[in-house]
Ligand binder design. Structure first.
Ligand SMILES: Nc1ncnc2c1ncn2[C@@H]1O[C@H](COP(=O)(O)OP(=O)(O)OP(=O)(O)O)[C@@H](O)[C@H]1O
Ligand SMILES: [Mg+2]
Length: 258
């Protein structure tokens, strides 16, 4: 059985969670010479991770949840739980290097609590088939408080040069402490940092009790790739964000091995 380390990427909207999740997956694959099994989970209702990874998907968990709740209305004897698990296995997109599961929209009519619970258990079970599960979280904090997230080994909290993102990081830290999700380690990344601004951002964050663990510079190539609709995953090896993420990934992996 595999260890199934879970790494969740959280933070304020637009700070770069999706780009970082994609670059993290790429760095883990490169660091392990392709000898690794990764499940990428897009937990954002907006579902941008497939584009950042350069793959397409057919159905989201939200889609099958709708289908099953619909079917349940016509057949009350339907065993939603066992059907759900089977369907999730069907909608996982497989590539040579990693698999992808897209959550899609959580909202809709009907009570979702039991289904969310099943979903969490399913991810816990799925994690055992992989070395790493990398979750691109949605921007808000609902995800955590709704308790749809599985326990995480490392929660990457992304902030940028905005004070709002530092405050969101602080709130995330508090929520993770308060709720019933087991977060073993937090790793704070300051992203899109202009040259020469590293000290300032660290100092500002420290003023709010946040220690920055890693910095990713502002990378015009990410902007260019995003503008042209090219997957961030395919950035050149020597781009500043790829180099920075490589360093950060080895820090995270080494810390997890402890
Ligand atoms: N290091 C970087 N340098 C320059 N631009 C970046 C960098 N990282 C991300 N960006 C840009 O910032 C924007 C937001 O990035 P991204 O979509 O990854 O953020 P997000 O936190 O996932 O957003 P959302 O909350 O909407 O899901 C994008 O336009 C992306 O191109
Ligand atoms: Mg995103």
């Amino acid at each position: 059985m595999r260890k199934g380390k879970v790494i969740a990427v959280a933070g304020k909207g637009g700070t770069g969670k999706t780009a970082i999740a994609a670059l993290l997956i790429r760095s883990i694959i490169e660091a392990s010479n392709d000898d690794v099994c990764i499940l990428a989970v897009d937990a954002d209702a907006d579902s941008n991770l497939p584009d950042a990874l350069g793959i397409s998907y057919d159905k989201s968990v939200g889609d099958i949840r709708e289908e099953l709740l619909d079917a349940k209305q016509h057949d009350v004897t339907l065993d939603v739980r066992s059907k759900f698990e089977g369907k999730i296995a069907e909608i996982i997109e497989e590539t040579d290097y990693f698999d992808l599961l897209v959550m899609g929209r959580p909202e809709g009519p009907g009570c979702y609590c039991p289904v969310n619970h099943i979903l969490r258990l399913t991810i816990d079970t799925l994690a055992k088939n992989y070395d790493y599960v990398v979750i691109d979280c949605e921007a808000g904090l609902e995800h955590l408080s709704r308790r749809t997230t599985t326990d995480v080994d490392t929660m990457i909290v992304v902030l940028d040069t905005t004070l709002k993102s530092i405050k969101t990081a602080l709130r995330l830290k508090k929520i993770a402490d308060e709720i019933d999700v087991d977060v073993r380690r937090m790793f704070v990344i300051a992203n899109k940092i202009p040259d020469g601004y590293e000290g300032t951002i660290k100092e500002e964050a420290r003023g709010y009790g946040i220690e920055v663990d890693g910095i990713i510079p502002f990378d015009p190539q990410i902007v260019d790739y995003d503008t042209r609709g090219k997957p961030v995953m395919d950035l050149p090896d020597d781009s500043v964000s790829v180099t920075a993420m490589k360093r950060i990934t080895s820090q995270i992996i080494n810390a997890q091995a402890l």
